[in-house]
Design a protein around this ligand. Structure first.
Ligand code: SF4
Length: 413
């Protein structure tokens, strides 16, 4: 039998590593998960609480808006409060239009931030554009900070776009407006990176992003940007949207780009449901990297989808309980049980396929399906370890999972 080679992720694109407050982005480092607050940064209490929540959920870098004097003045206070809570999380300042002034007027803010994010389309108009961009870069040099040059489709440099459109129109076989817009995004990022380097900022202090809102545009733009530069790249779909649409679009776009070996840090920009949890975007980003096999953050709980063989919802509830339990405990367990993030748990709905699946997991249970005897075989490391019966099957299984974790990971094996 001849077996053709299977398709695996492409080798990671080689990029220049950037140190963001102790978190390495690019240069072969694991793809970093980041997120952004939606609090008013001037509200120190609310911002500290949300940064802490995002960090606890697994965000390795958190970006905050710095849009006015009050926000800039709050940044060092936020940094201090986080440190007093023992949270060593790099904070990124997101600046638009007056970033150069805010950084100059608030040196403690410039010092407290681990990175400055600049959008070349929102840095100033006409002759101010390059001047104000350079002023921010000079601040980054003075304070030894990296920057992200973050181009955004919605605020693209209109002068550059118009020039490219005019040149294209004069071309004998013009490209589509969509292609020219994609090209303008890439050129805006590369031109700004070149200007930053000419100003004296080292390449290992520059991360690039080029965010758009359509999946195919994102894939096209990043594929080309990756081909033309070796800067570390931040991936993200802008305005991904709410609920499942935002998750699916982000996963589809970034999954394809990551599979091609491109991307050093990701953010999933989900529009939260009213009153929804901002940490959701962190969990989705982690899950994307984990299901693709690039990183492990939390133990995986495999659950069957259910079918006509089980009309009970017990297995769904148990899978949810176990998953919530594992995620809630991870901040503590990361230190206490080294390697626990690699744990695989299976919760299956009946004994037709359940035992087979359970054997593939580290610990798995097959709950009784409709008409099956009320017994739930449990498998540990591929072998049957016992059978649970009675009304407390779920609780008993939770105890078994906890015991397994203690025995296997408790001594750091
Ligand atoms: S494990 Fe059983 S209940 Fe779950 S999907 Fe398979 S056959 Fe259906």
């Amino acid at each position: 039998m001849t077996i053709s080679p299977f398709v695996d992720p492409q080798t990671r694109r080689s990029s220049v590593a950037v140190d963001v407050g102790g978190v390495l982005v690019g240069g072969g480092a694991p793809v970093v998960v980041q997120s952004m607050t939606n609090t008013d940064t001037a509200d120190v209490d609310a911002t500290v609480a949300q940064v802490a929540a995002l960090h606890r959920a697994g965000s390795e870098i958190v970006r905050i808006t710095v849009d006015r004097d009050e926000s800039a003045a709050a940044v060092p206070k936020i940094r201090d409060r986080l440190e007093r809570l023992g949270l060593d999380i790099p904070l990124i300042g997101d600046f638009h239009y007056i970033g150069h002034t805010l950084l100059a007027d608030h040196p403690a803010c410039a010092e407290a931030l681990a990175k400055y994010r600049i959008n070349p389309g929102n840095v100033g108009f006409k002759d101010k554009k390059d001047r104000q961009f350079i002023e921010i870069i000079e601040m980054a040099i003075r304070y030894s900070k990296p920057v992200r040059i973050g181009v955004n489709w919605g605020s693209l440099d209109q002068v550059l776009l118009t020039r490219l459109m005019d040149e294209n129109a004069a071309n004998g076989s013009p490209l589509s407006a969509r292609d020219i817009t994609r090209e303008a995004i890439i050129q805006s990022a590369l031109h700004s990176a070149a200007l930053a380097e000419e100003t004296g900022l080292a390449r290992n202090r520059i991360i690039l992003s080029a965010k758009v809102s359509q999946v195919q545009d994102l894939i096209a733009v990043y594929s080309e940007l990756a081909r033309r530069s070796d800067h570390a790249l931040h991936l993200g779909l802008t305005e991904a949207g709410m609920g499942s649409k935002g998750i699916v679009a982000s996963a589809a776009a970034m999954g394809i780009i990551l599979q091609a070996g491109i991307g050093d840090t990701i953010r999933v920009s989900l529009t939260p449901e009213p009153g929804g949890d901002r940490s959701r975007e962190v969990i989705v980003a982690q899950e994307l990297l984990q299901v693709m096999g690039f990183r492990q953050f939390v133990p995986v709980v495999a659950a069957c989808p259910g079918c006509g063989r089980t009309t009970s919802t017990v297995f769904q509830q148990l899978a949810r309980t176990i998953e919530d339990d594992l995620r809630r405990n991870m901040p503590l367990w990361r230190d206490k049980y080294p390697g626990v993030e690699g744990l695989q748990v299976a919760v299956m709905g009946c004994i037709v396929n359940g035992p087979g699946e359970s054997k593939h997991a580290d610990i798995g249970i097959s709950l009784p399906g409709t008409g099956e005897s009320p017994a739930a075989p449990v498998f540990i490391d591929g072998k049957k370890a016992g059978t649970l019966r009675g009304p407390k099957i779920a609780e008993d299984f939770q105890v078994m999972v906890a015991d397994y974790i203690e025995k296997r990971f408790g001594k750091g094996e």
